[in-house]
Design a binder for this molecule. Structure first.
Ligand SMILES: [Zn+2]
Ligand SMILES: [Zn+2]
Length: 369
């Protein structure tokens, strides 16, 4: 029998879908979430919550309840630099920008939870802080929000992510190790001694070798360099990610890659550099907070908590989880045939938006446990 929260969430579902689609059609890149933040702040404002904007960039924070302990609920808001497949009624209206990771769904779900909680504010014990975080995809937003004080008095933190590989129904609630660490890296080759058109650009040659030699975990995602068929590129930059589980393995791999870049540079007469642009640590959930989330999943009566073991994804919520007991959970929103995250055809089973809102609401109302 659905209880009051389940019924309220069901009634809210059409509005959550409208909100998610409105956000989906107006994606903004990391660090540029101006309109998204304004939209979020407006909704929170109309719910009667006190709202803080400009938190660590375009972050928005609102709170319910009084005193402590503080539970932080976090959603990310940013989109990615790619073109969405054509033909979707609610598709991106911004060329070259797309919500291809589901952060539109997360934002809509946390706004839904905000509404459900605002309607039940008398039942909120302690304090619940809602964080709408910018710049997750460039791995700087969580740190900026932490510097802006979002973890003040926080005793626990919870974040949701839709998961394309999982169908709607199972919800991944890790009770320990969950996500990989990641380095965002750039490798540049510059200059070179060969200047004949026959030999080609040394920087391009060096970059080609580096791509051919990419080793365990170092994955090149993009190549940038040169502008013409008959002008040798003087600089080529490779950008990509390196995923890792343990600090020791990470440091050794970065050192190995740096030596490889130096040796390729020496062989091609170029100058080679490897720089780590951003770093996110591996994410492990605190069992106590995971149990709170798993109980909330069960209470919905329409989803099942599973622990799939560590998965090779990353999220900068790891910076928060490294500081306070946390739970990151993955809501099934795709399936075997679904396009993966960061893909032009990525989409979300929108039932996951309502389910996420319901889980977050139940976690907040169960707080402090
Ligand atoms: Zn992503
Ligand atoms: Zn994401």
């Amino acid at each position: 029998v659905p209880d009051d929260i389940a019924r309220a969430c069901q009634a809210l579902q059409p509005e959550l879908v409208r909100t998610r689609r409105a956000l989906h059609s107006h994606p903004e890149l990391s660090g540029e979430e101006r309109e998204t933040a304004a939209f979020v702040a407006d909704v929170l404002d109309r719910l009667g919550l006190s709202v803080r904007t400009g938190v660590g960039g375009h972050g928005v924070v609102a709170e319910l309840g009084e005193g402590g302990p503080v539970l932080l609920l976090r959603a990310d808001m940013d989109a990615l630099p790619l073109d969405e497949v054509a033909g979707r009624a609610y598709g991106s209206t911004v060329p070259g920008v797309m919500h291809a990771c589901g952060h539109d769904a997360h934002t809509a779900a946390l706004l839904g939870a905000a509404q459900l909680l605002a309607e039940r504010s008398a039942s909120v014990r302690g304090r619940v802080r809602l964080l709408f975080q910018p710049a997750e995809e460039v791995a700087s937003g969580a740190l900026a929000a932490i510097e802006a004080g979002v973890l003040e008095d926080a005793a626990a933190a919870v974040a949701a992510h839709v998961m394309a590989p999982l169908p709607f129904g199972p919800v991944a609630v890790w009770h320990g190790d969950a996500l990989s660490g990641v380095d965002f890296f750039a490798i540049s080759f510059e200059g070179g001694t060969g200047h004949s058109a026959q030999a080609g650009s040394p920087a391009v040659l060096a970059a080609g070798r580096a791509i051919a030699e990419q080793d365990a975990g170092f994955v090149v995602a993009s190549v940038e360099g040169g502008r013409a068929a008959n002008v040798l590129a003087s600089r080529v930059t490779l950008r990509g990610t390196h995923r890792w589980q343990l600090d020791e393995g990470r440091d050794a791999a970065v050192e190995r890659a740096t030596r490889a870049v130096e040796s390729i540079a020496a062989a091609t007469g170029t100058t080679g550099t490897l720089s780590v642009l951003a770093r996110v640590p591996p994410l492990a959930n605190a069992p106590s907070v995971a149990e709170l989330v798993a109980a909330a999943v069960g209470a919905t009566g329409r989803a099942e908590a599973i622990d799939p073991g560590p998965v090779p994804f990353s999220d900068d919520f790891a910076h928060i989880a490294a500081r306070v007991p946390s739970c990151f959970f993955g809501v099934g929103a795709g399936g075997a045939d679904a396009a993966p995250h960061h893909h032009p055809a990525f989409d979300v089973d929108e039932r996951a938006v309502g389910l996420t809102a319901e889980i977050l609401t139940r976690v907040a109302l169960a707080w402090p446990g």
